[in-house]
Design a protein around this ligand. Sequence first.
Ligand code: TYM
Length: 332
Amino acid sequence: TPRVFSGIQPSGGLTLGNYLGALKRFVDSQDRGIQSIYCMVDLHAITVWQDPEKLSRATRELCAGFIASGIDPARSILFNQSQVPEHAQMAWVFNCVARMGWMKRMTQFKDKAGKNAENASLGLFAYPALMAADILCYHATHVPVGEDQKQHLELTRDIATKFNHDYGVEFFPLTEPVIEGAATRVMSLRDGSKKMSKSDPSDMSRINMTDDADTIASKIRKARTDPDALPSEAKGLEDRPEARNLVNIYAALADMTVAQVLADVGGKQFSEFKPMLADLAVEKLSPISGEMARLMEQPDEIDAILRRGSDQARAIATPILEQTYDIMGIVR
Ligand code: TYM
């Protein structure tokens, strides 16, 4: 039976990239009735230093973002990683399975560690092994993510394959990445070659899920574009990264394909298209930010949801970790 797992880091706020690339698609899989497990990966967040107060707030705000986007804690399991110690335990096992050479090839490590990799935390280097643990602790079959996580999911398959091979078992499944839709890589509004990211120093580069209507509209109005009118077919967007990004965002927000959007807006100038996009974004995002603000007024409620979700998650992860230890000959 299919089982979906995915995670988001509580490091800073949620962006439109997280919403379209991940959250919105999590809701789709929940609503298709697939067992779905969603995790706030606080242990991943601390691979770079986090201010303690901000980490607590970001974790609760992320939980509020999940719920406001449509994740129902009565139907999906919603929890934070550190409350299920099996993740860290399984991660140690996978640290012993993964090879140094595999980890060194991870582009996200190279990007995040920057020029001074010697000064990066050991946790940042081991990050993808913890991610494999997140997924394989539940024997998840499908992992919806944005495109930037593709290499990590390939590593997860490599770890599962090597474990199965080393111990002569068929225990861990080969998880399928699910990277689908028009917004698997939402780009910066200022630079069509960079991904939209919560860590970009320019706030104008991204739409935050907590931005108010005026801010959203002004960021879209000021988004970088080229001077040409919109094409009427997708191939007309090929060498126009900024135009393509705005059309992709429109398509994802409207639940349309890029072809459908271009059939409607092909030939229009950005001066006409941008207000349409701003209206659509405000229509879709303001109910979510309103609900997030309302939920944030009840932090105890949020903590209770995370505690309940963690208990449910543990009920699945504990026997899988125990079987893993049994396979390895660990005496308990
Ligand atoms: P994180 O927290 O960086 O991002 C969470 C999710 O949002 C997606 N995303 C984007 N999608 C489209 N366009 C963008 N600009 C954009 N920015 C972010 C990410 O692809 C991701 O799906 N390592 C993961 C968290 C993680 C995880 C896991 C995911 C930990 N364990 C297990 C899946 C399964 C991360 O840093 O995501």
